[in-house]
Design a protein around this ligand. Structure first.
Ligand SMILES: [Zn+2]
Length: 262
């Protein structure tokens, strides 16, 4: 299911939820939902997505494929029920297809004329992938470090001022820079306290390393062929949390089932 549009009663951001987990034991087929917060178009107008929204859509659809292609026995291990620092790997891999020529040509069409996206715009979009990465990486790492700092507080340690704690944590690693504030301040950093990514916010950049390897593998091995897709589906998406990603053996360490993935 796709719940694309924003509305007053919906929380912000974008995420995927399994509604029914695949399981050979229970004989259940997977049902998943992708949630986004795209503004409603005007009456009679088509829904046109910004490049950021397209990126989010591909990302969340990567989580959806993880859920939909599950082929495990126990629902506890289905789809996105993997280690937290592994879960963003398939979704970030899926972002690779956004500008892949065959895929782009298939979906990025002018809504009135049907013309494909002009090559110079595609080039400019590619060029933006490296733009401002120093800032983006610093603000992300600052947030990931802040997450770790909150989760390292000892049982006897008391924090009375969140802003002070935050400033001290960022000073520790030389990232207390007003020009590059942390992506989320403690008071609205949803991932840290209730979003299920507690002490795991680092997982996005961790998964990006795995993701970069996979993108390189697809590039070196012929791109989006049926054979390559099947291989990725069977070996990675299908097994979910039933195999240890490091050791290729059975694991009992999957994450909490049925939690949402952002
Ligand atoms: Zn995600």
């Amino acid at each position: 299911m796709l719940d694309l549009y924003t509305r007053d009663s919906k929380r912000g951001g974008a995420w995927m939820n399994p509604i029914v987990s695949q399981s050979a034991l229970r004989g259940t087929a997977p049902v998943v939902v992708n949630n986004l917060n795209v503004p409603q178009p005007g009456e009679g107008q088509p829904t046109l997505l910004t490049f950021d929204e397209v990126t989010t859509l591909f990302h969340e659809f990567g989580h959806a494929l993880h859920g939909l292609f599950a082929t495990v026995t126990y629902p506890h291990f289905a789809g996105t029920n993997v280690f937290r620092d592994f879960v963003e790997f398939p979704s970030q891999v899926n972002e690779m297809w956004i500008l892949w020529p065959e895929v782009l040509d298939n979906y990025a069409r002018h809504y009135e004329t049907g013309e494909p996206l002009p090559a110079d715009i595609v080039e400019r979009l590619r060029a933006t992938e490296t733009f401002n990465q120093g800032h983006a990486t610093s603000e992300y790492l600052a947030a990931a470090w802040l997450d770790q700092a909150w989760h390292r507080i000892g049982p006897d340690e008391k924090v009375s001022d969140a802003a002070e704690f935050e400033a001290a944590a960022l000073t520790d690693i030389g990232l207390a820079n007003p020009v590059v504030p942390t992506r989320y301040s403690s008071t609205y950093f949803a991932h840290v306290f209730s979003g299920g990514y507690s002490a795991g916010y680092y997982s996005y950049i961790w998964s990006e390393v795995l993701d970069a390897d996979t993108v390189a593998w697809f590039r070196e091995n012929g791109g989006p062929t049926r054979e390559n897709g099947d291989r990725f589906r069977e070996r990675l998406l299908g097994v979910g949390g039933s195999k240890d990603p490091w050791r290729r053996t059975a694991t009992s360490a999957g994450a909490t089932p049925r939690s949402s993935r952002c």
